[in-house]
Design a protein around this ligand. Structure first.
Ligand code: SAM
Ligand code: SF4
Length: 328
């Protein structure tokens, strides 16, 4: 088991496949984005699969592939197939995608062993979608959600980052979408991880505000006590299908229940989204380190996992790395 200094068991690994993306969400990769990592710095699939095997031997049970946009990497299903060989110890392989190019890959991904998928949809209005992401792509993204449901990659989750003045007026419509389409709609507080460093505390729409807006129209109740999850789930009191999730990373810190670590696209372990240090696995891996040496590096990194993030401290400094690089 991987346990940190605060007795948290680490079971979830998020792997960023690339820092590149075909969208330009203003809260993540606005213009003025950082330079892309050189291609040769990104881990190849063999390297990712080798590291994943070590992580799973140490106790990782869930892997989520993310980015940047993971589906801009070629043949992600090839990697999923490699990871699926780590089942049943690895119980869950998930993907977070903007959904732009999912339909084309859906069957291959499912067949390769993908268990679940999360999409990002911050608005259901076509023009606003383009304003938020830089791409007129609401339609293909909605088609991706239907495809995922049709092929049984359920429960489908949908992430929506709610930002003041941009989409907070759509919270209830997004909740209605969860009911109509039987998906889990997860509202995420805006975090200071945008490449443009444009985050302002007053733009954060709190989980509390979101819960209140939804409950006034659709009464909801907590679905289960938060275990080792960063999201608090709610069901609709009237028994409607669909679910609400609230990820209030800024205003309701859940660090005490955190079971996650991240591997960046260039092979660095980050033990928190807001870590100030990274732990290099790519260098040792490329210098021929054996599995047990890598395992030791992972254990050491986990031992240094931060007690909590410091967004709310007066001396908080936004990390250099952005959400697109770290892997949200
Ligand atoms: N490109 C994929 C996507 O958008 O789903 C996967 C990577 S993206 C970084 C993962 C998640 O992080 C998305 O749901 C996105 O909305 C969220 N995200 C990005 N920047 C964020 C920010 N500044 N605050 C909160 N969530 C953010
Ligand atoms: Fe791309 Fe996802 Fe970031 Fe949007 S949130 S810019 S889709 S990586």
């Amino acid at each position: 088991m991987l346990t940190d200094a605060y007795n948290r068991t680490i079971r979830d690994l998020r792997i960023s496949l690339t820092d590149r993306c075909n969208f330009r969400c203003f809260y993540c990769l606005p213009h003025g984005e950082p330079a892309w990592a050189r291609k040769e710095k990104l881990l190849n699939y063999e390297e990712i699969a080798f590291l994943a095997e070590v992580f799973v031997e140490l106790g990782i049970r869930k892997i989520r592939l993310t980015g940047g946009e993971p589906l801009v990497r070629r043949d992600v299903s090839v990697l999923v197939r490699m990871l699926a060989e780590l089942k049943p110890e690895l119980s869950d392989i998930a993907l977070t995608t903007n959904g732009y190019d999912f339909v084309r890959h859906a069957d291959d991904l499912k067949e390769a062993g993908l268990d679940r998928v999360t999409f990002s949809v911050d608005t259901l209005r076509r023009e606003r979608f383009e304003k938020i992401t830089g791409v007129d792509a609401l339609e293909p993204v909605l088609a991706s959600i239907e495809t995922a449901k049709r092929i049984g990659l359920e429960p489908v989750k949908v992430n929506a980052v709610i930002v003041r003045g941009r989409n907070e007026d759509e919270v209830v419509e997004l909740a209605a979408f969860a009911r109509e389409h039987s998906v889990s709609m997860r509202f995420i507080e805006y975090m200071p991880l945008d490449a443009g460093h444009g985050w302002r505390r007053e733009d954060v729409v709190s989980g509390r505000e979101i819960r209140k807006a939804i409950s006034e129209v659709f009464p909801i109740e907590a679905a289960s006590a938060r275990a080792s999850s960063t999201s608090q789930s709610y069901r609709f009191v009237d028994g409607s299908p669909g679910e609400i999730g609230i990820i209030a990373s800024v205003t309701e810190m859940f660090c005490g229940a955190c079971s996650r670590i991240r591997l960046t696209a260039d092979g660095q372990i980050r033990t928190c989204l807001f870590s100030k240090v990274e732990h290099d696995l790519a260098g040792p891996l490329r210098n021929g380190a054996a599995a047990d040496e890598i395992a030791e590096l992972i254990r050491n990194a986990v031992a240094q996992k931060e007690a909590q993030h410091y967004i709310n401290e007066p001396d908080f400094v936004q990390p250099e790395r952005t959400m697109s690089f770290i892997g949200g």
